[in-house]
Design a protein around this ligand. Structure first.
Ligand SMILES: NC(=O)c1ccc[n+]([C@@H]2O[C@H](COP(=O)([O-])OP(=O)(O)OC[C@H]3O[C@@H](n4cnc5c(N)ncnc54)[C@H](O)[C@@H]3O)[C@@H](O)[C@H]2O)c1
Length: 540
């Protein structure tokens, strides 16, 4: 293969053209109008200039790279290329028409590839007279960075075409994974339910965009939060992908685009490419976020906290005591049967057994001992905070403080505000988290708070995908690490958390939401019953 064509130089096409040219191929880059062509050329120039300024590309190599690209308006420029990859908007009618036209224009041996994220490659292929030479070549955003390419093989694609595209992926320095034609393939089938759910959280006021993004970065270790990612993908593209996922993927309500998404697309808030999406950017195409009306003011206020009581016996209580002590608070760690010392505590944090009756009994007893304006915090990760709070003398002065990774500096704390929690109690909790050197995010009182509510349905979906034999555990893990930049794939995470703990969390999410799509995957239940892990060699 010497020359490849790229159709559509938007968010993805410009990056794909760069990837090809960087590995020495000649590229014919095509757009629909002269203005769109200029925009695409500018995007590519910005990206390669950035690579030069960061020392990843020499100026001479950049010039040679750009030299290898011919820019043109209209498809006829593609008559002689060996392969075309299409990256026009995610609409089936548009892609089918385009492929029919490419079939007429391109030489008979040329391979026609689609970068579609969710549409049926088979339906695109049969719009041409060469369905054996049509396949999906799904790059990830940003194309120059992400290592994975999902190579989608339909029932008509020839082995020869798949082989040629796999060889091309290797030449580009990408990892090509060949998979069958199914809505969302591997990565997007797992990603988009999560992204849609994050939008629903914003829409309902459950947490703010910053809190959700921060929670997923710090709490799940993701390279960026879901709303930042949506802005990068483009909200129009995300909307079309969700629509297709919903229609093709079994009408799972979790893929029905949240109304807020459609409203934003209609309003022209498309993300980075239009300069505004969930966040505002310096200018269209920029990645630099600028403050807007929703940018939160720095946290301040609340009541002063100096004396902290930690109630509990054992490791969790000792660790909490150390945490507060090292941050300079006066700490008293006390077992639940000796609460007398807590009379002048400004904050009491419980770390007793994660059972509702135990926590409620403690909060009722604290009413007898503590001063009226004390802030009470429960560290539960699984119980509804309001159920605990209602046992306290003043439910308005109760918050959840869900500490993830209690020993790591900068780690996340989910501050759970119930329907009764006062604004002052939330402000005090925020100030305390800052004092501990932790990052506090405030959220509502629902099962899984932010992190687990967004993370575990995705893990459960990965188990369902494995169960359906669509892809292997390795392929699924690779899709998320190499395609989406996740630090670990879903099966690595499930094994680290432990299937039993994962099942408990998933059951709680299902119980509360009654959402059929959140029912624990049977394979997860079976592994727990059998006492196995996903990577257990004995599990086969
Ligand atoms: N955005 C992502 O993160 C992402 C990731 C992977 C795959 N994809 C897929 O890539 C494809 C493109 O998505 P995008 O986000 O880059 O879209 P985009 O809207 O950013 O860019 C689409 C480009 O196609 C051009 N175009 C439209 N009609 C055309 C035609 N007839 N001929 C030539 N050019 C035409 C437009 O002018 C525009 O520049 C979609 O199928 C999408 O699902 C997107």
């Amino acid at each position: 293969m010497d020359t490849v064509g790229v159709v559509g130089l938007g968010t993805m096409g410009a990056g794909i053209a760069e990837v090809f040219a960087r590995s020495g191929l000649r590229v014919v880059a095509v757009e629909i109008t002269a203005e769109a062509l200029d925009r695409g050329r500018a995007t590519l120039a910005r990206s390669t200039d950035r690579a030069v300024s960061r020392g990843r590309l020499s100026a001479a190599d950049r010039d040679a790279l750009v030299e290898r690209i011919t820019f043109a308006v209209g498809l006829p420029a593609l008559a002689e290329v060996d392969l075309v990859i299409e990256a026009v908007p995610e609409r089936l009618d548009l892609k089918r028409r385009l492929f029919a036209e490419l079939d007429r224009i391109c030489r008979p041996g040329a391979i026609l590839a689609s970068n579609t994220s969710s549409l049926s490659v088979t339906e695109i292929a049969v719009a041409t007279g060469r369905p054996d030479r049509v396949l999906g070549m799904h790059f990830f955003n940003p194309a120059p960075v992400m290592k994975l390419v999902e190579v989608v093989r339909t029932v008509t694609t020839s082995a020869e075409a798949v082989g040629a595209v796999q060889a091309l992926c290797a030449r580009l320095g990408k990892v090509g994974v060949t998979i069958a034609d199914r809505a969302g393939f591997v990565a997007n089938a797992l990603l988009f339910g999560y992204l849609n759910q994050a939008i629903a959280m914003v829409e309902s006021g459950y947490a703010t965009r910053e809190e959700i993004d921060t929670a997923m970065r710090l709490g799940a270790g993701l390279p960026m939060g879901p709303l930042t990612l949506l802005d990068l993908i483009g909200l129009d593209t995300a909307y079309e992908i969700l629509e297709t996922m919903y229609r093709r993927g079994g009408r799972d309500r979790r893929h029905a685009p949240v109304p807020l998404l459609r409203q934003m697309v209609t309003a022209g808030l498309l993300g980075r490419k239009s300069g505004q999406g969930f966040y505002a950017y310096e200018r269209p195409g920029s990645a630099t976020v600028v403050p807007d009306g929703q940018t939160p003011a720095p946290a301040a206020g609340g009541r002063p906290v100096r004396r902290v009581g930690v109630v509990g016996a054992g490791d969790p209580a000792d660790r909490l005591g150390d945490l507060f002590g090292q941050a300079g608070y006066d700490v008293l760690v006390t077992p639940p049967e000796q609460l007398g010392g807590l009379a002048d505590a400004d904050l009491v944090v419980e770390a007793v057994a994660d059972e509702l009756a135990v926590k409620r009994a403690l909060f009722a007893e604290l009413a007898e001992v503590c001063k009226p304006e004390v802030l009470l915090a429960t560290t539960t990760g699984t119980l509804p905070v309001i159920d605990v709070a209602m046992a306290a003398r003043q439910p308005a002065e109760v918050v959840g403080l869900h500490l993830l990774d209690p020993t790591r500096a900068g780690a996340l704390v989910e501050i759970v505000r119930t329907v009764r929690t006062s604004a002052e109690a939330v402000a005090t909790a925020r100030t305390v988290c800052a004092g501990l050197g932790r990052t506090g995010v405030v959220c509502g009182d629902r099962a899984g708070f932010v992190v687990n509510a967004l993370l575990f349905p995705y893990l459960n979906d990965a188990v369902r995908m494995l169960e359906a034999s669509y892809a292997s555990a390795d392929d699924i893990d690779h899709a998320m690490t190499l395609g989406c930049g996740y630090p670990a794939g879903p099966f690595e995470v499930l094994d680290a958390v432990g299937p039993a703990a994962a099942l408990r969390i998933q059951r709680a999410l299902y119980r509360e939401s009654r959402e059929p799509g959140l029912a624990p995957a049977p394979l997860l239940e079976q592994l727990v019953t059998a006492g196995r892990r996903f990577r257990d060699p004995a599990a086969g």
